[in-house]
Design a protein around this ligand. Structure first.
Ligand SMILES: [Zn+2]
Length: 137
């Protein structure tokens, strides 16, 4: 069975991924749910009957399969600074020859997306479209 996110459930506070302080400032990954089949008794004999019987029905229920991954604002800012430093240092190099740095570009882009760093995400996005162009040619 596959996991899915739920928009109708609020993320509860969890320990920060980095410092373990309880937070829900930044959600890196929402909790994942799965469906499962269970049986419920929909009808049964009354307890004094000579012959006991039970009628059941299969129903589909949902349960949380994986807790959300959250990070506090302090750790989020710290991570952002790290990513900004990396981009500042390497962006020109990546831009010149994105194919040579393809895995690094994807890793940094992934971090930007996960942490929701918009400016940095856009920058990495333009590198990735460059990459796509160069792999097509
Ligand atoms: Zn933290």
């Amino acid at each position: 069975m596959s996991f899915f996110e739920r928009d109708d459930v609020q993320t509860t506070s969890r320990p920060c991924k980095s410092c373990r302080k309880t937070t829900r400032s930044h959600i890196l990954q929402k909790a994942l749910y799965e469906e499962y089949v269970t049986e419920v008794v929909i009808d049964s004999s009354d307890e004094f009957a000579n012959k006991q019987w039970e009628e059941t029905e299969e129903i589909i229920k949902m349960r949380k399969a994986k807790e959300a991954v959250v990070v506090c604002h302090i750790c989020w800012l710290k991570r952002r600074k790290e990513v900004q430093n990396i981009i500042e240092k390497d962006y020109k190099k990546w831009e010149k020859n994105p194919l040579a740095h393809i895995s690094r570009i994807h890793v940094v882009a992934e971090v930007c997306n996960t942490y929701d760093f918009d400016t940095e995400s856009n920058k990495m996005g333009s590198l990735i479209s460059k990459l796509k162009e160069s792999t097509i040619q």
